[in-house]
Write a protein that binds this ligand. Structure first.
Ligand SMILES: NC(=O)c1ccc[n+]([C@@H]2O[C@H](COP(=O)([O-])OP(=O)(O)OC[C@H]3O[C@@H](n4cnc5c(N)ncnc54)[C@H](OP(=O)(O)O)[C@@H]3O)[C@@H](O)[C@H]2O)c1
Length: 236
């Protein structure tokens, strides 16, 4: 593998499709060399090739965020190519329990959802933080479904709990990384037309990716430990 150029670097998880792919494309367009991480080697390498065909600097990175060995291997591959990571976007997520009652949600579904959506984001961050310098930015793609201040609905309870957990992880990481000058924020993309959001969703993938891109590039770096939607702070 050749080493990356002088460009800033970014890593986006779950970037083979949907909001993650759009965030990867947007970061490429803003001059980043993007490590496009995905658990599926076929769709991941195809997505990275597509961005390369668009003349962007993009490297496919195999990574299953629910598998710590896979995360460690991904780090080994990235560390061979670069000694700096400027932006990390924890985007990978699953929603398996659309209309499930909390009282019947199977243990396996709860574990898989928490492992992927919350613990996975934490493990990826723990693993890749050694490559991040002062000025680095971490963006966690969360959901308003994880907000507790506005009351909890009975929609997708395991998914919503995983996003509440991701929000708590965001605050913990923001505190832990403050002295290293790395900002950590969560954002909600809104209800977006993706495989997860479905065709009836009102928002485009570009709209869904916008706030993450803003946090990655334009937002004041002093903003950390906060939750955003449409470039505005929202309650936890
Ligand atoms: N769409 C919405 O309305 C909406 C609303 C609020 C929040 N969000 C959040 O936005 C993020 C992106 O969602 P999306 O709408 O773009 O959904 P999507 O199209 O279903 O994409 C989800 C991505 O996450 C990946 N992923 C799932 N488990 C993974 C794992 N263990 N390791 C690595 N990658 C994994 C998927 O890979 P595979 O292709 O291999 O499955 C896919 O690339 C998620 O965190 C989601 O919770 C979405």
């Amino acid at each position: 593998m050749e080493t990356v150029s002088q460009n800033k670097t970014a890593l986006v998880t779950g970037a083979n499709k949907g909001i993650g792919l759009e965030i990867a494309r947007g970061l490429c367009a803003r001059g980043f060399h993007v490590f496009l991480a995905a658990r599926n080697p076929h769709s991941g390498s195809e997505a990275a090739s597509q961005l390369a065909r668009e003349k962007f600097l993009c490297t496919f990175l195999p990574m299953d965020v629910a598998d710590s060995a896979s995360i460690r291997e991904a780090f080994r591959l990235v560390a061979k190519k670069t000694n700096r990571l400027d932006v990390l976007v924890n985007n990978a997520g699953i929603l398996l329990d659309h209309s499930q009652s909390m009282l019947q949600t199977p243990e396996s579904l709860i574990n898989a959802t928490l492992q992927t959506n919350a613990i996975g984001a934490l493990l990826v961050t723990q693993t890749f933080v050694p490559l991040m310098q002062r000025g680095g930015r971490i963006i966690n793609v969360s959901s308003s479904g994880g907000q507790i201040s506005r009351g909890i609905s009975d929609f997708a309870p395991a998914y919503c709990i995983s996003k509440t957990t991701m929000n708590a992880i965001t605050l913990q990481l923001a505190s832990a990384l403050a002295s290293q000058g790395v900002s950590v924020n969560a954002m909600c993309p809104g209800w977006v037309q993706t495989d997860m959001g479905g065709r009836g969703a009102p928002r485009s993938i570009q709209q869904g990716a916008d706030t993450a891109l803003w946090l990655a590039v334009e937002a004041a770096h002093s903003l950390t430990g906060r939750f955003f939607q449409d470039r505005k702070e929202i309650v936890w």
